[in-house]
Ligand binder design. Structure first.
Ligand code: IMP
Length: 196
């Protein structure tokens, strides 16, 4: 079975990606003994995904897939964007971060509450060539925090066509529409062709 590395220590992400690539052996950073910190100093999701994928590929020379994701809020000029994890500091709870975003949008009409969950994925193939794709889930910022599922900004984000936040959805339902899923759908054929 052909192997690929997911440049992540997050078991949940590795499982989600493995499920969409059943014909390949999907391994994580632990499996290759990679424990360095990668400095994500890019200015876009795409750059950061590529920085991660290259660092890991350079270490193991096995085809590598990396992602970088976050929430972009229209009324906040696209913030927190690539700084989603670092927004208001790593030690600030997501309840506080989510509350701060709701307050920043206080009083705005529905059409001004637009937001996107964005995921860039970068793949370094068997020849060392890079491929980058992006998945975007469009929606809006709710006026309240709701739901217990998921993580991060899920409790304030409502995808268009839905009435409730992503944190009200089962994980399996979220995974069918998520920005990561949309990016991975685009990347699957590139990986399958490369590892054929
Ligand atoms: P990462 O690039 O997947 O590690 O995501 C960076 C940050 O973006 C996370 O720490 C969250 O704050 C936010 N984020 C990314 N994806 C999601 C999601 O599916 N739901 C909620 N927050 C997310």
């Amino acid at each position: 079975m052909k192997k690929l590395v997911i440049a992540s220590g997050n078991a949940h992400k590795i499982n989600e990606i493995s499920a969409m690539l059943p014909d390949f052996e999907v391994i994580g950073l632990k499996d290759i003994g990679f424990d360095h910190d990668i400095e994500e100093n890019g200015t876009t999701f795409e750059e950061n995904a590529l920085i991660k994928a290259k660092a890991v590929y350079d270490f193991c020379a096995i085809p590598t897939l990396a992602d970088d994701s976050g929430l972009c809020v229209d009324a906040m000029d696209g913030k927190p964007g690539i700084y989603s994890a670092r927004f208001m500091g790593h030690d600030t709870s997501y309840t506080q971060k989510n509350q701060a975003i709701i307050e920043a949008l206080d009083g705005l009409d529905h059409e001004k509450r637009g937001a996107q969950f964005v995921c860039a994925m970068a793949y370094i193939d068997t020849h060392g060539k890079d491929h980058v794709v992006k998945g975007v889930l469009n929606g809006y910022i709710n006026t309240t925090i709701e739901g217990e599922h998921g993580f991060g900004y899920d409790p304030i984000f409502v995808p268009y066509g839905y009435d409730h936040s992503i944190a009200m959805m089962d994980e399996s339902d979220k995974n069918k529409i998520s920005h990561r899923h949309l990016a991975l759908e685009k990347m699957v054929s590139i990986i399958e062709t490369d590892l054929d």
